[in-house]
Design a protein around this ligand. Structure first.
Ligand SMILES: CC(C)=CCC/C(C)=C/CC/C(C)=C/CC/C(C)=C/COC[C@H](O)COP(=O)(O)O
Ligand SMILES: O=P(O)(O)OP(=O)(O)O
Ligand SMILES: [Mg+2]
Length: 251
């Protein structure tokens, strides 16, 4: 039985409604910053708050999750680069398996080691096929994962990988060009994957404008994730939320 967060993702997919997830990297925020950012995100219409990073150095994850939850009723979803990034205060966990790579640690190894802790956390688990795609330059996730990303122009590799992930029973597919990627995932790749899977599709990495967010949605993304660009310019919150929810007419 899936939990409420996954149900909301499925229902929106069926309705064709697109979602905007704001990625909050615990290393990049302070309680004071969250007090400004989250109300602004709420007013803009952010649908989900993702929390995590490829490498998290600060030790205030629980506090970060609690601070976000105090400011919103929207789901707060963990997007962890490692099992150390777990907080039972979140609403759900993207239970990632790095299916684009061949690093056994990130396919299954870390899951085995952390299984008792994850089970005990009581978190809603959303098994997710995580696919890292080349974003034009090494990113933190491509370096930390120690696994070759899918080449940017190889939509067929992405499609077969996503299909295999879905057939293995994974409930979400996340295609990521990596934080701050020079090139986001191409519309061609998003479209190829979206056409062949039934589970909700999340896309992130290097999305910096409303146009880019809307292009990902039009290509078939159900959820668009933005982190770095909003860290640099919070004014993008309104532009990206409007594009994801209302479309961009100039395209
Ligand atoms: C509990 C457990 C078993 C944890 C292990 C999770 C696992 C297998 C992780 C895979 C590898 C990894 C290092 C994932 C990093 C996830 C992450 C937060 C990536 C950053 O995403 C960027 C996002 O798409 C937004 O991009 P941008 O807007 O450019 O900042
Ligand atoms: O943790 P990530 O992957 O979001 O990358 P960075 O913090 O280096 O932007
Ligand atoms: Mg980080």
């Amino acid at each position: 039985m899936q939990g409420l967060v996954y149900q909301s993702l499925q229902e929106k997919k069926i309705r064709g409604a697109k979602s905007f997830a704001l990625l909050i990297d615990p290393d990049k925020v302070t309680p004071a910053l969250l007090q400004e950012l989250v109300p602004r995100a709420e007013a803009a219409g952010v649908d989900y708050y993702f929390v995590g990073g490829s490498l998290v150095i600060s030790d205030g994850l629980d506090e970060c999750v609690l601070a976000i939850k105090a400011l919103t009723a929207k789901p707060v979803v963990l997007f962890p680069g490692a099992p150390s990034q777990l907080s039972r205060h979140a609403d759900a966990l993207l239970y990632l398996s790095l299916i684009s790579g061949r690093n056994p640690e990130l396919l299954i190894g870390q899951h085995v080691l952390s299984a008792p802790f994850v089970k005990k956390s009581g978190l809603e688990l959303m098994p997710t096929g995580y696919m890292v795609v080349d974003g034009g330059a090494p990113t933190t996730v491509s370096y930390i994962s120690n696994a070759a990303p899918i080449p940017h122009d190889k939509a067929d590799i992405a499609l077969c990988t996503a299909l295999a992930g879905e057939m293995l029973g994974l409930k979400l597919i996340y295609i990521d060009a990596g934080s701050g990627a020079r090139r986001p995932v191409s519309a061609e790749m998003i479209g190829a994957v979206a056409q062949h899977i039934d589970v909700p599709l999340i896309v992130g990495g290097g999305i910096r404008t409303g146009e880019a967010a809307w292009a990902a949605c039009q290509a078939g993304a159900d959820v668009v994730v933005v982190g770095n660009a909003i860290e640099k310019d919070p004014a993008l919150l309104e532009e990206i939320a409007a594009a994801v929810h209302g479309g961009v007419t100039s395209l």
